[in-house]
Design a protein around this ligand. Sequence first.
Ligand SMILES: Cc1cc2nc3c(=O)[nH]c(=O)nc-3n(C[C@H](O)[C@H](O)[C@H](O)COP(=O)(O)OP(=O)(O)OC[C@H]3O[C@@H](n4cnc5c(N)ncnc54)[C@H](O)[C@@H]3O)c2cc1C
Length: 304
Amino acid sequence: MSVFNAYMTLSGAVDATVTRDERMARRTSYRIGGPAALFVAAHSYPALVRTIQVLAAEGVDWVILGKGSNLLVSDKGYDGCVIVLDGEFSRTSLGEDGTLTAGAGALLSKVVNEALKAGLSGLEPCVGIPGTVGGALSMNAGTRREWIGSVVRDVVVLRPGLGLHRYEASEIEWGYRSTSIPGTEIILEATLELAPSSREAIAQDMEERLRRRRESQPLGVPSCGSVFRNPPDRSVGALIESCGLKGAREGGAQVSEEHANFIVNRGGATAEDVIRLIGRAHEAVLAEHGVDLSCEVKLLGFGG
Ligand SMILES: Cc1cc2nc3c(=O)[nH]c(=O)nc-3n(C[C@H](O)[C@H](O)[C@H](O)COP(=O)(O)OP(=O)(O)OC[C@H]3O[C@@H](n4cnc5c(N)ncnc54)[C@H](O)[C@@H]3O)c2cc1C
């Protein structure tokens, strides 16, 4: 494989920003992670298609990223190419029928605000969630029982090597932090079907959700949000707390004192520090409660 060849072929030749050895600590909400060998911010569809072609020809692995708010990148980094979607992928537009179409690179917070301003209800469970529309759809972001998937009318994806495909809502299964859209496909755009409502009611609901977030989550400190998925009818935060791990530290990483399902970067944390704490929490909850927790945070560059 040749990252160098891919860099030389793409650099200056496509509508994209192409860099080498991009520090992923700059690209994740954790502020952790070594370099990605190659980094491409694709500004247009032709640039994205060409990038994928070149990477395939050079045998370079790649991954699509949003804002890296649900991601832990290893300290040694990633030896493939990280692709983000911006430029034309960040567009949003309101339809006349209560729909809102958003590119995968658009910030979720921007889309939530546009819905509020237009008096369209349905995105309230997404208020306060960092990241992009693409990341939110890939993760089916929301709360334990309410999620973005429930307002999706259709999703346009790129099937690498095959072309564009449009999924209608009825063809997609959404679950708690999951979607049936294969991880090999690149989400490009979604149209959301929202319900006209009073702006005051939407604003009040959002404000209440933000207040609960501020009261229960460590928002001023770098993190990836929830580390583990909640098992059915159990709260991971309560399970980890009951094992006495609230406040536990490994190097610069700490199980949050405010919410035990958050592991925060207290400054200078390495990915290894976070992994050690994840391991301790997993082992303790398994030993004390017989619950085998699974990670919500995505890992990159850890091999296997
Ligand atoms: C303080 C804080 C609070 C949070 N609260 C919540 C919450 O309440 N609810 C919740 O659900 N999440 C929450 N999160 C987690 C995170 O914000 C969400 O998962 C978010 O939707 C991720 O978006 P992103 O753009 O950052 O995705 P990234 O972290 O960049 O990527 C996440 C996954 O999506 C994939 N992906 C991204 N874009 C695309 C695309 N265009 N096509 C295909 N795959 C793609 C990536 O490959 C990766 O697997 C929180 C995070 C933080 C830091």
